[in-house]
Design a protein around this ligand. Structure first.
Ligand SMILES: Nc1nc2c([nH]c(=O)n2[C@H]2C[C@H](O)[C@@H](COP(=O)(O)OP(=O)(O)OP(=O)(O)O)O2)c(=O)[nH]1
Length: 138
């Protein structure tokens, strides 16, 4: 059996905008933009990993809303799965606390203004469909 480890990416949506994060490390990924998130730990639900990672990396309180259809291969044994997410009432604004050096809220019209990690492009295309359909609400 091949081991497969899920990396959860958050499509954090707020007012029709998506939060993109620029990686600061490791060198081969630094400077490129991604969906904030990280590795799901053994026995952890992906939605819980998403909430934990966003708290650690961005200092925000969030909830996962729904899975975005699809799964994207990363460097073996990792695969990227994406959930839409929203900020809970009273959450602080996101800050680049860990792993990132810049954050940007993107609209459907500015989604491709940043240089996404190549392996994220398929996922961001799916998120674009969610944004076009009106966001995470509902
Ligand atoms: N978070 C995130 N990671 C991504 C994306 N695309 C992509 O290739 N990756 C890669 C980068 C890393 O090699 C891996 C996730 O690792 P990470 O460093 O964000 O996760 P983590 O906080 O759990 O890592 P660790 O330091 O605890 O090992 O997946 C993406 O959109 N979001």
């Amino acid at each position: 059996m091949t081991e497969r480890i899920v990396v959860v990416g958050a499509a954090l949506l707020d007012g029709g905008r998506l939060l993109a994060a620029r990686r600061s490390a490791p060198t081969e990924l630094a400077g490129r933009w991604e969906l904030p998130g990280g590795k799901v730990e053994p026995g952890e639900a992906p939605e819980a990993a998403l909430v934990r990672e966003l708290r650690e990396e961005l200092g925000v309180e969030t909830e996962a809303v729904r899975r975005v259809a699809g799964e994207w291969p990363l460097r073996s044994p990792y695969v990227l799965q994406v959930w839409t997410a929203r900020l809970l009432a009273g959450s602080p604004e996101p800050k680049a606390l860990q792993d990132h050096d810049e954050l940007r809220w993107l609209t459907a019209g500015t989604l491709w203004d940043v240089e996404w990690l190549e392996q994220d492009v398929g996922a961001v295309r799916e998120v674009a469909r969610v944004l076009d359909a009106g966001g995470a609400e509902g």
